[in-house]
Write a protein that binds this ligand. Structure first.
Ligand SMILES: [Zn+2]
Length: 478
């Protein structure tokens, strides 16, 4: 990246709320049904209908605002955002512009400008020649999604790179998932992220011309799309050129950016107050419920795990996935004597890797119980089996669900605790490998690896590494 310039990135994130019904009518919300089965005069915008706000959506929105550390507005109001497109039968979208329900928050290192409630547009499907209307190009509209409650979260331009956006996006997703107010499934579109990107000379306070990168369906693609756009803009400004304000699409297949349209200015939408809806004035009980119902959120959980001594990486992995956090807590609860750092490393390291290796087993279907894994960790920690043998046992546990003690007995993996027996093997290894033994005595301590390997091979990994090292050094006289 060019050191003379820095990137400035702000995000607009749309979160579909998982209420039972739509934002302003009683139509059911469901994903994957036949098109246009969940519609009514309100969400189809037939003349004379009036919207009625969904109270559950307001409650969910307040929870999101509270989780993002926002000030919750005592009064928020709806506005009309005017635009003409087939996915929008009223020719305006009901949103909150002047008085959003939540302002001035912060999540991690990123400030939240505000969060507002709005309704989603219908879904347009553009067929090619081979589409549903055979032999013709057509645009079809599915109104099932039209009117779905959305919370749009708008950040301050506090992000500086694609990687930072991915990491922060994952924190945001985990936080909202924890609230249980949205599926936050990016592939199904219940979490959508647009990025505003500009570059400026490093240290400058003014913002450069921004482009908007739209609708990417995974944080990994977002990271790549943003990096590609930053590189493109830096090349332009380095050459003395001007970035053009436009909306872009990133194709993860080719790694290319395409222009969708030149960006509308905000005033093109002619926002005006929605006359059909009274202001939203939540009761004190609703505010209290939103704040008091907050579970332990990922950022707080990561901090707590780090306090327990868990490594930064493992703490983040566990905190972002509630299933994994639950599993880790289960291991800790099964045996209080286990070191949390060691347990977290087993859960996020060897155990996760073994699940991936065996047909990508989801954690929820794992045959190994937290108590079973706790037993295994204790066996290794108490030096009943070596770390290497522990991995062998885990492999069998994940495959068959067997108890660790049974696997250890069946495979004869108990660590050699008889130091006399181990000593004989060590002496034999030195005799069988005169060359490394000589090198070690001559001062090349690194050569000891070959002898440790020989002992481990002879004992099939059943020897304690530290003890092997000690005995080797003793008999080599170093
Ligand atoms: Zn409806």
């Amino acid at each position: 990246m060019n050191a003379e310039y820095e990137a400035v990135i702000g995000l607009e994130i749309h979160v579909q709320l998982s209420t039972k019904t739509k934002m302003f009518c009683g139509c059911e919300l469901s994903f994957g049904d036949d098109p246009n089965v969940h519609t009514c005069p309100v969400c189809l915008a037939l003349p004379g209908v009036l919207p009625v706000p969904n109270e559950q959506a307001v409650r969910y929105a307040l929870q999101i605002g509270a989780a993002l550390g926002c000030e919750l507005s005592p009064v928020s109001t709806f506005d009309r955002k005017n635009y003409f497109y087939p996915d929008n039968p009223k020719a305006y979208q009901i949103t909150q512009a002047a008085n959003p329900f939540a302002v001035n928050g912060q999540l991690g290192e990123v400030r939240i400008h505000h969060a507002h409630l709005e309704e989603d547009a219908a879904k347009t499907i553009h067929t090619g020649g081979g589409g549903r209307i055979s032999g013709s190009d057509a645009s079809l509209v599915d109104f099932n999604r039209g009117g779905t409650p959305l919370v749009e979260i708008v950040t301050e331009p506090d992000l500086r790179s694609g990687a930072q956006v991915r990491e922060w996006g994952q924190l945001l997703r985990a936080t909202i998932k924890q609230l249980g107010v949205s599926d936050v499934n990016m592939e199904e579109g219940s979490l959508r992220c647009d990025a505003n990107i500009s570059v400026r000379p490093a240290g400058s306070e003014t913002l450069g011309t921004k482009t908007e990168l739209k609708n990417m369906n995974s944080f990994r693609f977002i990271e790549r799309g943003i990096e590609a756009e930053i590189a493109r803009q830096m090349e332009i400004v380095s050459a003395g050129g001007q970035v053009v304000q436009e909306t872009l699409h990133f194709d993860p297949g080719t790694g290319e950016l395409h222009s969708l349209r030149s960006k509308e200015e905000a005033h093109d939408y002619r926002y005006l107050p929605e006359p059909d809806l009274v202001p939203v004035v939540p009761t004190q009980a609703m505010f209290d419920a939103a704040k008091n119902s907050l579970p332990e959120l990922p950022a707080a959980r990561a901090a707590r795990y780090k306090e327990l001594g868990v490594s930064e990486q493992a703490a983040l992995l566990l905190s972002f996935e509630t299933d994994w956090a639950g599993y880790f807590e289960g291991v800790m609860a099964a045996d209080a004597s286990i070191d949390p750092r060691v347990a977290a490393n087993w859960v996020t390291g060897e155990f996760a890797a073994e699940l991936r290796k065996q047909d990508d087993q989801p954690l929820t279907e794992a045959k190994v119980t937290p108590a079973g894994l706790a037993t295994l960790i204790s066996l290794v920690a108490d030096r009943k089996i070596s770390h290497g043998a522990g991995k062998t046992v885990l492999e069998e546990m994940v495959a068959s669900g067997a108890e660790p003690v049974t696997v250890v007995a069946e495979k004869g993996l108990e660590q050699i605790s008889d130091s006399g027996e181990l000593e004989k093997i060590v002496i034999q290894a030195i005799e069988d490998n005169p060359k490394p033994a000589e090198q070690i005595r001559a001062g090349n301590e690194k050569a000891i690896g070959a002898l440790v390997g020989a002992v481990m091979k002879a004992t099939q990994g059943r020897a304690d590494g530290g003890e092997v090292n000690r005995l080797l050094r003793q008999h080599l006289g170093i």
